[in-house]
Design a protein around this ligand. Structure first.
Ligand code: GDP
Length: 176
C-alpha cells in the first residue's frame, strides 16, 4: 500500500454553529495547537484503531471565513475520502441542511461509495432538543450512512466518531 492510501481527508460539513470546530479541536487535541495554527483549519492526526494506525486529515474548511482560495465549497465536496455531516440536535434547521448536503454529495460523488457519517451534536442540550435520536437514525438509513450523537461540550462520543470514520474507510478499502 502506497503512502497515498495511508492518508485520508475527512471533510466536516454542516450549518454554522453546529459544532464543527469544536469537534475538530477535540480531534486535534490541545497539545498540538501551535502546529494547527500554522495549518489553518486542517488537522492531521494518526489514530490507532483495532491495533492499526491510520492518519486522518480533518478539514474544517466548509465555512467561507475558514477557507483560503484553494478550498471552495465545490472543492470541499470533492476532496473528501469521507464526510462528516454535522447538525445540532437543538436546531431543526441544521438537520434539514444535513439532507441538502447529502444530496450535494451524491451529485458530486455519484455511485462512489464514499463513507458518510451523520452526526447529531450537542446531545447534552436535552431540554432544547428539536431532533429525536430516532429521526437522526432514520435519516441515516435513508442517507445510507452511519449515525452517531455526540457532545463536544461533554466530550461524549467524539473519539468514537473519529474511530468510526477510520473503520468505515477501512471497510471501503477492502471492498474496492
Ligand atoms: P461551527 O460553526 O460548526 O464550527 O461550530 P462551533 O464549534 O464554533 O460551535 C458553535 C457554538 O456551539 C460554540 O459556542 C460552541 O461552544 C457550542 N458547542 C459546540 N458543540 C457543543 C456541544 O456539544 N454542546 C453544547 N452545549 N454546545 C456546543
Amino acid at each position: 500500500e502506497g503512502s497515498w492510501e495511508a492518508l485520508y481527508r475527512v471533510v466536516l460539513l454542516g450549518d454554522p454553529g453546529v459544532g464543527k470546530t469544536s469537534l475538530a479541536s477535540l480531534f486535534a487535541g490541545k497539545q498540538e495547537r501551535d502546529l494547527h495554527e500554522q495549518l489553518g483549519d486542517v488537522y492531521e492526526r494518526t489514530l490507532t484503531v483495532d491495533g492499526e494506525d491510520t492518519t486522518l486529515v480533518v478539514m474544517d474548511t466548509w465555512e467561507a471565513e475558514r477557507r483560503d482560495e484553494s478550498w471552495s465549497q465545490e472543492s470541499c465536496l470533492q476532496v473528501g475520502s469521507a464526510y462528516v455531516i454535522v447538525y445540532s440536535i437543538a436546531d431543526r434547521g441544521s438537520f434539514e441542511s444535513a439532507s441538502e448536503l447529502r444530496v450535494q454529495l451524491r451529485r458530486t460523488h455519484g455511485a462512489d461509495h464514499v463513507p458518510i457519517i451523520l452526526v447529531g451534536n450537542k446531545a447534552d442540550l436535552a431540554r432544547s432538543r428539536e431532533v429525536s435520536v430516532e429521526e437522526g437514525r432514520a435519516c441515516a438509513v435513508v442517507f445510507d450512512c452511519k449515525f452517531i450523537e455526540t457532545s463536544a461540550a461533554l466530550q461524549h462520543n467524539v473519539a468514537e466518531l473519529f474511530e468510526g470514520v477510520v473503520r468505515q474507510l477501512r471497510l471501503r478499502r477492502r471492498d474496492s
